[in-house]
Design a protein around this ligand. Structure first.
Ligand code: ZN
Ligand code: ZN
Length: 278
């Protein structure tokens, strides 16, 4: 059996558990492959990011744990690299993510801060039109492979984080889907997979993981690949919701997921991928 989780945070960025606690919890769950992915340092970033000072601390501690677990569990030292983030040398992988839009000099408007904050951004910069806002978001997502050189895309439709609560975006509408699908097809053409990310389900914002079932079906149709990740901020929630993620992936037609390995992505069929989490 193989099990992995590659999108995880720690107390060095905005997580609740230390790198040591995360690795121990992953090992206790029987993971064969595990990755750290702290939030990249950003010039206008807020306290959810690694500070400039903490980037080397993060990399050194993660490498030390990688050595400690060698032969027991493969640990990888990655980063969740924001579109506007700084990429240090020598990473094992980078997850490309868009968290915000730079609409004015010297600041970033985050899409995942709160529903109220998103409404303010839409009103102030997009004339109240939510679809101009989602278009601007997806334009950056489509550019992630070029900008970040990422190994896969993080939470593809993060811009819909609060939509189950506020219903300001019709996620079935052609107006929304036009740009979302353009971005999706474009990243697939570049050979970049998408993660199925259960983080917002774990934290109670959504009832289904990213990407939405409709986007997941289209991802399959376009010939895309997936990797399952929990975007874990607290060790007990590693692999959270993987059963649901597997069911949604199967329903969309996927016959396998992927693990990140020393040789890059490795396809793993559902029988081989042990369902973990809650
Ligand atoms: Zn993220
Ligand atoms: Zn994350």
């Amino acid at each position: 059996m193989l099990l992995g989780d590659f999108h995880t945070h720690s107390t060095l960025d905005d997580g609740k558990s230390t790198l040591e606690e995360m690795a121990a919890a992953a090992y206790a769950l029987g993971m064969t492959h595990f990755g750290f992915s702290g939030h990249s340092f950003e010039e206008y970033g807020q306290d959810f990011c690694l500070s400039k000072k903490n980037v080397p601390v993060y990399l050194e501690t993660a490498r030390k744990l990688q050595a400690e677990y060698r032969g027991k569990m493969e640990i990888f030292v990655g980063l969740e690299l924001d579109y506007f983030g700084e990429k240090p040398e020598g990473l094992d992988y980078a997850i490309g993510s868009v968290h915000g839009l730079r609409l004015e000099e010297g600041q970033c408007r985050y899409v995942d801060a709160s529903a109220q904050d998103s409404q303010q951004t839409v009103d102030q910069y997009f004339g109240g039109d939510w679809y101009r806002y989602t278009d601007a978001y997806y334009d950056l997502v489509a550019d992630l492979p070029r900008k970040t050189g990422c190994q896969w895309i993080g939470h593809f439709d993060l811009v819909t984080k609060f939509n189950e609560q506020v219903h300001t975006i019709d996620e079935d509408s052609p107006r929304y889907l036009r740009r979302a699908l353009e971005a999706l097809e474009y990243v697939v053409k570049q050979g970049v997979p998408l993660e199925i990310n259960t983080g917002a389900v774990a934290r109670g914002y959504r009832t289904t993981p990213y990407p939405s079932p409709i986007l997941l079906r289209k991802l399959k149709e376009f010939g895309g690949e997936i990797i399952l990740n929990s975007d874990c901020h607290h060790a007990p929630q590693l692999c959270f919701g993987f059963d649901q993620a597997v069911e949604l992936a199967r329903a969309a037609g996927f016959t396998h997921t992927n693990l990140w390995t020393r040789d890059g992505l490795r396809p793993v069929g559902w029988d081989e991928f042990r369902k973990g989490g809650t």
